[in-house]
Design a protein around this ligand. Structure first.
Ligand code: PLP
Length: 361
């Protein structure tokens, strides 16, 4: 028997056990093909079915109407930092960004590198990115307004989104897509690296409203144009077939096993609630995000002394709890409680935190 740990990694992250088991079962013979999904043609009927099913599941889960296209692109969420301004900045119209942490900062850097007129319209940088700014100007003249819905490193999350304003909203939803219900209509584009809530690293989900495709400059390189993916159903070249296959299974798990986004959100609320209630009810651990901006996906906290972190992490591993180290840029501790992390895992974590606090408090 293999021993599986409680996995709190920030990404790549825990996948639902039933998905991993199905991958294992189908590994040598995918749907009677006598080949694994790693070996079949991306032009085969079997793979086309997987891709189409993944697209339809995204549509159903998020309630997307026909005005949206669902694309699968390589290059990680980081390539979207460049593709968004390249494709969607309109000549003479500035691009607006809210800076809520490392990933927003990187998105801003790419837009600037491309020579776009970037306006940082709101930020919490001066307060160590510990909250989501309340007041975000909705400029009429902007090409778009870009936000990061969940800040994986700082443990903050937008509870409600700005607007709607005149400019389309664009969001990096890498670390909270499919964790809760939201109204997709104000969004011109949403992107998410798969490796947290959707599947393995290697593919990025891009949801784009069709009118945004009209902005794509014809002279862009083929692989950097959204139109290449939309006109070829993400099959202009060989896509990351295995990643898309696992994504389809994870989306099926959310739809059929969990029972949809409302139930997924309820479980996520319960998990995050359990951790924050515990943190708020004692004075050993200290949460780093402002309570009104706390993330339900990444819970960041500090010990009374940084010197205790090593011991905390070593003890956690011994207790079967993995992935609790804060991001290298900020230190401290972080637990990522994405969709596939179970209530049982969070309970085990709280028990360990109690034990550690009693030992040192
Ligand atoms: C919110 C967010 N955006 C972007 C990225 C970068 O993603 P990728 O490694 O797929 O480029 C990450 C990675 O953790 C992230 O959390």
């Amino acid at each position: 028997m293999t021993q599986r740990v409680f996995n709190f990694n920030p990404g790549p992250a825990a996948l639902p056990l039933v998905v991993l088991e199905q991958v294992k079962v189908e590994m040598l013979d995918f749907q009677g093909s006598g080949m694994s999904v790693l070996e079949i043609s991306h032009r085969s009927k079997s793979f086309e079915n997987v891709l189409e099913s993944a697209i339809q599941r995204v549509r159903r889960l998020l309630g997307l109407d026909d005005s949206y296209e669902v694309l699968f692109i390589q290059g990680g969420a980081s390539l979207q930092f460049s593709m968004v301004p390249m494709n969607l900045a309109v000549a003479g119209k500035p691009v607006d960004y809210v800076n809520t942490g490392t990933w927003s900062t990187r998105a801003i850097k790419e837009a600037r590198a491309l020579g776009k007129e970037v306006r940082v319209v709101a930020t919490s940088q001066e307060m160590e990115f510990t909250f989501i700014p309340e007041k975000v100007p909705l400029n009429q003249d902007a090409s778009y307004l870009h936000i990061t819905s969940n800040n994986t490193i700082r443990g903050t999350q937008w509870r409600s989104f700005p607007g709607p304003g005149a400019a389309p909203l664009i969001s990096d939803m890498s670390s909270d897509i499919f964790s809760r219900r939201f109204d997709p209509r104000p969004f011109g584009l949403i992107y998410a690296g798969a490796q947290k809530n959707i599947g393995p690293a290697g593919v990025t989900l891009v949801i784009i409203r069709r009118d945004m495709l009209e902005r794509v400059p014809k002279e862009l390189p083929t692989m950097l144009k959204y139109t290449t993916y939309s006109e070829n159903k993400s099959l202009y070249n060989t896509p990351p077939c295995f990643c898309i296959y696992v994504c389809e299974l994870v989306l099926k798990w959310i739809e059929q096993t969990v029972g949809g986004l409302d139930l997924m959100e309820k479980i996520n609320d319960e998990k995050a609630g359990m951790l924050y209630d515990f943190i708020d009810g004692q004075d050993f651990y200290r949460g780093t995000a402002r309570p009104d901006s706390r993330s339900r996906m990444n819970v960041t906290f500090l010990l009374p002394e940084a010197e205790l972190e090593k011991e905390f992490l070593a003890g956690a591993v011994e207790a079967g709890l993995s992935g609790l180290k804060g991001h290298r840029s900020v230190g401290g501790l972080r637990t990522s409680i994405y969709n596939a992390v179970t209530l049982e895992a969070v309970r085990a974590l709280v028990d360990y935190m109690k034990y550690f606090a009693a030992k040192h408090g």
